[in-house]
Each structure stands twice: as structure tokens, then as C-alpha cells.
Design a protein around this ligand. Sequence first.
Ligand SMILES: NC(=O)c1ccc[n+]([C@@H]2O[C@H](COP(=O)([O-])OP(=O)(O)OC[C@H]3O[C@@H](n4cnc5c(N)ncnc54)[C@H](O)[C@@H]3O)[C@@H](O)[C@H]2O)c1
Ligand SMILES: [Zn+2]
Ligand SMILES: [Zn+2]
Length: 363
Amino acid sequence: MIEAVTTSRRTIEYREAPDPQPNPGTAVIRMATVTLCGTDLHIWDDDYASELPIIQGHEAAGTIEALHPDDASGPWRVGDRVAISPMFYCGSCYACSIGRVNACRHMTVYGCYQDGSLVSLQDVPLEKLYRVPEGLSLDLAPMSEPLSIAMQAVRRGRAQSGEMVLVSGAGPIGLLATVCLKDLGCDVTVADMNPARLEMALSMGADRVLQVGTEQFPTPAQQAELDELTSGDGPALVIDATGAPASVATGVRLVATAGRVVCVGISDAELRLTLRSLPVKEIDLLGSRNSQNLIGECLELLDRQQRVIAPMITHRFGFDELDAAFAALADPAQKVGKIAIDFPASDQTQAAAAAQTNSGLLS
Ligand SMILES: NC(=O)c1ccc[n+]([C@@H]2O[C@H](COP(=O)([O-])OP(=O)(O)OC[C@H]3O[C@@H](n4cnc5c(N)ncnc54)[C@H](O)[C@@H]3O)[C@@H](O)[C@H]2O)c1
Ligand SMILES: [Zn+2]
Ligand SMILES: [Zn+2]
């Protein structure tokens, strides 16, 4: 097997390693596609909590290459198409004991804190595998992982059909939250400073978008628009998918009295709020991390919404082109939505390459 090891800042080395063998309760997965996200960029840049070297890749799908004979009578067969849940939790800390395994104190994640899926073959516990619906291509299935982050934020916010929701940030997480919210029947407004991303939000179902400019946000005209939409109440739910303190502070200011603000965006920046804001409006200010094992549900949502979500993948590279893929991820001029890495020796790779050539995305 071949593994791609991020050995030091911005350096990936391909190494040969012995093929993994399945153990009882694990399966060897032949990787088909891995998608990259902002976290991957930080790890590649050696700007992340984990130490290098590490094999990256936490948004992954492939086929079962081998199973242990002990698992022959179980639900899985060689050739089954699967998405991999990258999250490992201890099962016994406080968070785990109340079912909030996604916030486990001892959390580890493939590709972030332990070796991940940028490998041709990976041995994975069976309980981390989710069946990919028949009509869903493996080249899109890894999007179930970022979708699960977005769905968790929407669940934390207790979004309900008909509610007015403001999503701040139209990066992949904000866009995927928009898809989840529209699927639930919410009215969704998306705010960002990047006009191209706002265009994308509209194409993915946002009811309207608000351009964040250099002056105060919202502008008086935007405030009037929000007031009219919500009879002066403000949105019932705000989801921050930026990690920018200004965005969270604005969310707390705009959200309806008794509303909810969910912080899924992460940064080390400090947030300043007066202690008047939360109690006086009785706001729920909620954090959201990973997902409570939502990959299976997200594969179903992805299947239903694949035409909406597929255009988010703007760039595809082969497994042997990781340097170029990470360079693109790091380059704002490339206007990356999501980058997919396609592995050789899988039918869907050829299909994806053909689709790319057809649509002229290969440059
Ligand atoms: N909680 C989790 O488990 C989890 C998992 C993955 C990612 N994240 C975090 O979620 C956030 C979003 O991820 P992403 O991949 O979509 O990131 P991204 O950087 O691609 O997108 C963020 C978007 O926010 C916009 N933005 C920045 N400041 C803004 C502001 N003040 N108002 C409005 N828009 C603003 C940017 O223009 C950008 O389009 C990141 O902070 C990331 O670290 C959290
Ligand atoms: Zn990710
Ligand atoms: Zn735990």
C-alpha cells in the first residue's frame, strides 16, 4: 500500500508500507475518494494541535477490500461501498456518559490526531463504517463528514420547520448547514463578505443573502430587511460558521429574544460580550463539535441533495498530486469550494476524471 505522510510543514512524502490485514471487527478499506477541508490546510501548514508526522485525511469513502473470517456472518461483504466516520471517543468520560460522544474529553480523529485516510488501504473498525446509498457516488460520499458537522450545529440549534435562521459564513460548513436547514423547511438567510460564496449559497437554496461589507453589519437597509422578515423579532436561530468574534457578537445582538446562537466556527480569538446580552434576552449560546454519529443520516441527506451539494467540489486531484492539491487549498485565488482526492484503481475515479474533463474543470 502507499501512504502519504505529512512529515514537516508543507511536505508530503509517499511511502510504501505492508498491506494492512483485517482483524476481527475491522475491515480493510480500499480508498476511493478523500475530500480536504480547512483543518487539513492547518495540519499541512504545521499550524495545528497535533504533531507531525501524520497521515492526513478525515473525510473519506471507499470499498471493503478484505474482512476477517470471524466477520463473515456479519452485515458487511467485500466490495461494499462505505464512508468512514473518523471520530474515536472513550465511552466513559462525562460527555460520553451522557451520550455527547462528539465532545469526548479524549476525542481523537483520523487524519487530525491519529493517522488518517490519505492511504490506498486503511484498516478501519467496522463500527466506523456507514453504507453508501446505491445512487450516491463514492466521489461525493466523503462530503457526509463535513455535512455531519453542519447537521450537528443545526441539531444543537433545535432548528424547526418555518423558523427564520441566519447562517453567518458561507464556507463549506455554512453552506452545508444551509442545505440541512432547507431540508428541514427553515427560512435561511446567509451572510458573508465573499460575493462568490454568497452566489453559491443562493444556488444551494438560501432564501436570501446579506453581503458583509467594511462598514457596520448589518447596514441600516439590511437591518430593515431582517426586521421586516421577522416582525422586528430577529432570527430565532443564528449559526456562526466563521469563527470570527464579530460574527458571534452580531449574532447575539440580532437573534430573537429567547433565541439560540450556535458556535460551530472555531478560533483562538477572544469573544467579548456584555453580561447583559445573554440573560436579558435569555439566549442559548451553544457550542457544536463534530457530530453525534450523524454520518449515516448525512449519507441519506447527501443522496437526496446530491445535485445541490456536488457543485461544492470545485477541484479534483489524483492521490499522486497532493502537493498541487494542498497548494490549491492554500491559494485564495483558486476560489476553492472543496477539493477531492481521487485514488487510482477504482471505477469511480475514472468516472470522476471523465466528468471533470467534460465539465472543463481540469485546468
Ligand atoms: N465545530 C467543529 O467540529 C468544526 C468542524 C470543522 C470546521 N469547524 C470550523 O467551522 C468554521 C467554518 O469552516 P469552513 O470550512 O466553512 O471555513 P471557511 O474559512 O471556508 O469559511 C468561513 C467563511 O466565513 C466568512 N467570514 C469570515 N468572517 C466573517 C464575518 N465576520 N461575517 C460573515 N462571514 C464571515 C469567510 O468569508 C468564509 O467564507 C471554521 O472556523 C472551522 O474551523 C468547526
Ligand atoms: Zn474536515
Ligand atoms: Zn469520552
